[in-house]
Design a protein around this ligand. Structure first.
Ligand SMILES: *Cc1c(COP(=O)(O)O)cnc(C)c1O
Length: 463
């Protein structure tokens, strides 16, 4: 049982024994479409291409490591969410999963809204032309300046996270002569099959206002009294990498219970509820995520049923997928460096990145898969651990991976499903230069976030 097990999914939490690995896959050259982005395939040479471009060409032009993002897949996922939820609901993409100006433009074009949780994310959204009314501001400790910028810009909603913040946002809105639309984030006491690091709706944690002890009802009471706030709804986010909707069911039941209490007490029916994000993706072939339309049907069925039971009209629903949109759209391309066979144990394969470009394995024991992508191979499988080049033995990219036994220095490997929480959590540890994000689409490749340079590093170090 691992100290920091998790969010590749519930089965990773306390279930697998240390050192667990599955049997080698039947075909090491296969690319499971659940795990890889839509346009990924092997070409006649046996090399992998994405968006019609051979990874060897990408490595030659843009270097490694690099995040390679499949634009067609990103847009298709946006559309699938948008269409699944229809016009009675809003889909807010959670920008913290990965945000850049190109991404903001795609979201805008595909009709999605955007969650931001910092000034930097807000600035990125606004600078790429996302209309402010389609932006929501989150965070458990928003600064005065962040709130001011958001209110001034006219964001569609600020999600209030504490009693102090109710007063703070109201004060700022009043001073700026605005009436700010807000939601109140409540913790509904649901743990959503998830590890403590990212479980966010049980009581003993920093986010939101507790529902069970009447705190949330008190927050609503206070917010309704403040003229500079327009309370539009209740917000709940129950966790991450969730595979079934039962957690949402409990959350919706409790949120609707609060809406009913508000109606009975204040005579107002709040028009919106937000059930947050956290929908899981396939990091490995064992993960079985739901399709957006299944999630949409389940959530709207739950909300409709709960509202009918409470005698409320059905509020407008919003959801906030981050990982489920961007996660599967990208892989990280690495070059193989040193290969170190450890007799009777396994072979350590070092790549030219690591925990600076993917911290999730070290942070959550997340599971990933990896494939040789610069060629195919008929060699036998060998058990490997793919590790980075950082000064930490925990610098692991893929804990247990089968790769062909003829793997050689200079081969290219790709780790799929790294679109979410990899570039956005990347660091400069060991003064690593953070990798670029290269977008491929229809035979074209372009950089949307360039690789960091030594000048970038030294510019911050003013000596
Ligand atoms: C992190 C977060 C999300 C997105 O979570 P995913 O797991 O990427 O879907 C949505 N809403 C809130 C409030 C969050 O904190």
């Amino acid at each position: 049982m691992s100290r920091s097990a998790h969010p590749a999914g519930p089965r990773y939490a306390d279930v697998l024994p240390e050192g667990h690995y599955t049997a080698p896959p039947a075909d090491l050259n296969a690319l499971d479409p659940k795990v890889w982005s839509r346009t990924v395939a092997r070409n006649a040479d046996g090399a992998v291409e994405v968006g019609g471009i051979d990874v060897r060409a990408l490595a030659a032009e843009f270097g490694t490591p690099a995040y390679v993002l499949d634009e067609a897949d990103f847009r298709a996922r946006c559309r699938a969410w948008r269409e699944a939820f229809g016009t009675d609901a809003d889909v807010f993409y959670a920008g913290k999963a990965f945000l850049s100006r190109a991404v903001v433009r795609w979201l805008h074009e595909e009709g999605l809204n955007l969650d931001v949780c910092s000034e930097g994310e807000l600035a990125t959204a606004l600078s790429a032309g996302m209309p402010a009314e389609r932006i929501a501001l989150h965070g458990n400790n928003k600064s005065v300046r962040e709130i001011e910028r958001a209110v001034e810009a006219g964001v569609g909603r600020i999600v209030l996270d504490s009693f102090q913040e109710i007063v703070r946002v109201a004060g700022i809105a009043e001073r700026l002569g605005r009436r700010q639309r807000v939601q109140i984030r409540v913790t509904v006491g649901v743990e959503a099959h998830t590890h403590e690091f990212i479980a966010t709706a049980h009581e003993d944690q920093k986010f939101g206002i507790g529902l069970a002890d009447g705190q949330a009802a008190e927050a609503v009471r206070r917010a309704l009294k403040l003229d500079s706030l327009e309370l539009i709804g209740i917000h709940s986010h129950i966790g991450s990498q969730i595979f079934d909707t039962s957690g949402f069911e409990v959350a919706a039941h409790r949120v609707v219970g609060l809406l009913k209490q508000i109606r009975d007490e204040h005579g107002v029916e709040l028009p919106e509820i937000d059930l947050g994000g956290g929908l899981g993706i396939a990091y490995t072939s064992d993960d079985d995520p739901r399709e957006p339309h299944e999630i949409a049907e389940a959530l709207s069925e739950i909300v409709t049923r709960e509202c009918a039971a409470a005698g409320l009209s059905v509020p407008r629903l919003s959801v906030e997928p981050g990982r489920a949109i961007v996660g599967p759209t990208a892989f990280t391309l690495y070059e193989v460096g040193n290969i170190k066979p450890l007799e009777g144990l396994r072979t350590y394969v070092s790549v030219d990145g690591g925990m600076s470009d993917n911290i999730r394995t070290a942070l959550y024991d997340a599971e990933y898969t990896v494939a040789l992508v610069s060629r195919s191979s008929e060699a036998k499988p060998m058990l490997t651990r793919v590790v980075g080049k950082h000064c930490e033995s925990g610098d692991i990219v893929v804990r247990d991976a089968f790769l062909p036994a003829d793997l050689a220095t200079g081969d290219l490997l790709a780790v799929p499903a790294t679109g979410a929480y990899c570039r956005s959590m990347a660091s400069n540890y060991n003064h690593a230069l953070r990798p670029p994000v290269v977008v491929v689409d229809d035979g074209q490749a372009r950089v949307i976030v360039r690789r960091e340079t030594e000048e970038d590093l030294l510019r911050l170090d003013i000596g």
